[in-house]
Ligand binder design. Structure first.
Ligand code: NAD
Length: 254
């Protein structure tokens, strides 16, 4: 337990599982009042119950739901200190020649439209407290890989949004940064690896080691708590002079 976010109000999207859950738990442990947002309400409510936060069932790609969320947030408290745009989906690999355009649109709707929508409605609240935004990009937002064009395109867009918005709101003292994680050991990541391994007739551990861990100089996956540590740093006063920046947390993967 710490006090780095004592008295702060933080909203985390995709907080019902994985990295978002780890961030919500860490922020609450540092004294923040946390608003947890997810489209999966049971998971989100259970995490909120465990940390004394408040759960909101919202699909971040829907403007009506996002507008209502921030209206409720504004009515319940004065402004917002931290927005973490973490909600995102990681689609299965697909080459451009076989692209399913419904899948393409679904990925961009959550990973890109969801980020700009929450940003749009959060800015008036962030202005009241010289708040900060942490966007969840990815190593895939720094380099493309075979079969990853829908996801990579969405995460390159998140970095572009980060840089553009940082310039727009810097005059209000609002900082905007992104995190670029490598392979993080969430349950959903392990499910994706298992599904792909079954499809390719491979062992999931061999697939993980060969294609994900092997290229990282530290030779391991990253824990969700390690991404939460980095989110806390960017959200805290320790990063008070950092904006428009992208922080890799990739165990040295290249
Ligand atoms: P996850 O699937 O474990 O959790 C994502 C959460 O977001 C889920 O609770 C889900 O219900 C929620 N969500 C999905 N779509 C939503 C929507 N439209 N509205 C509201 N909530 C929604 O995923 P994760 O592995 O924790 O990844 C979280 C973020 O980190 C994503 O943006 C992902 O792209 C990014 N990321 C993950 C990894 C990794 O290896 N796990 C690496 C780099 C970046």
């Amino acid at each position: 337990m710490g006090t780095q976010l004592e008295g702060k109000r933080a909203l985390v999207t995709g907080a019902g599982a994985g990295i978002g859950e780890a961030i919500a738990r860490r922020f609450a442990g540092e004294g923040a009042s946390v608003l947890l947002v997810d489209r999966a309400c049971d998971a989100c409510e259970s995490v909120a119950g465990a940390i004394g936060g408040r759960a909101f069932t919202v699909d971040v790609s829907r403007e009506d739901e996002v507008a209502q969320l921030f209206q409720a947030c504004d009515e319940e408290g004065d402004g917002l200190d931290v927005l973490v745009n973490n909600a995102g989906i990681v689609p299965p690999r697909v080459d451009a020649e076989a692209m399913d355009m419904a899948l393409w649109d679904a990925v961009q709707a959550v990973n890109v439209r969801g980020v700009i929508l929450c940003t749009k409605y959060a800015i008036p609240l962030l202005k009241k407290r010289r708040g900060t935004i942490v966007n969840m990009a990815s190593l895939s937002g720094l380099q493309g890989r075979r079969g990853h064009s829908p996801y990579s395109a969405s995460k390159f867009a998140v970095r572009a949004i980060t840089e553009s918005v940082a310039q727009e709101v810097g005059g209000y003292g609002i900082r905007v940064n992104s995190l670029c994680p490598g392979t993080v050991g969430t349950a959903s990541m392990h499910t994706r690896i298992a599904t792909r391994a079954a499809k390719e007739g491979r062992d999931p551990d061999e697939l993980l080691q060969t294609e994900f861990v092997g290229g990282a100089v530290l030779g391991r996956v990253i824990e969700p708590d390690e991404i939460a540590d980095a989110a806390l740093f960017l959200a805290s006063d320790a990063a008070g002079a950092i904006t428009g920046e992208h922080l890799r947390i990739d165990a040295g993967r290249r």
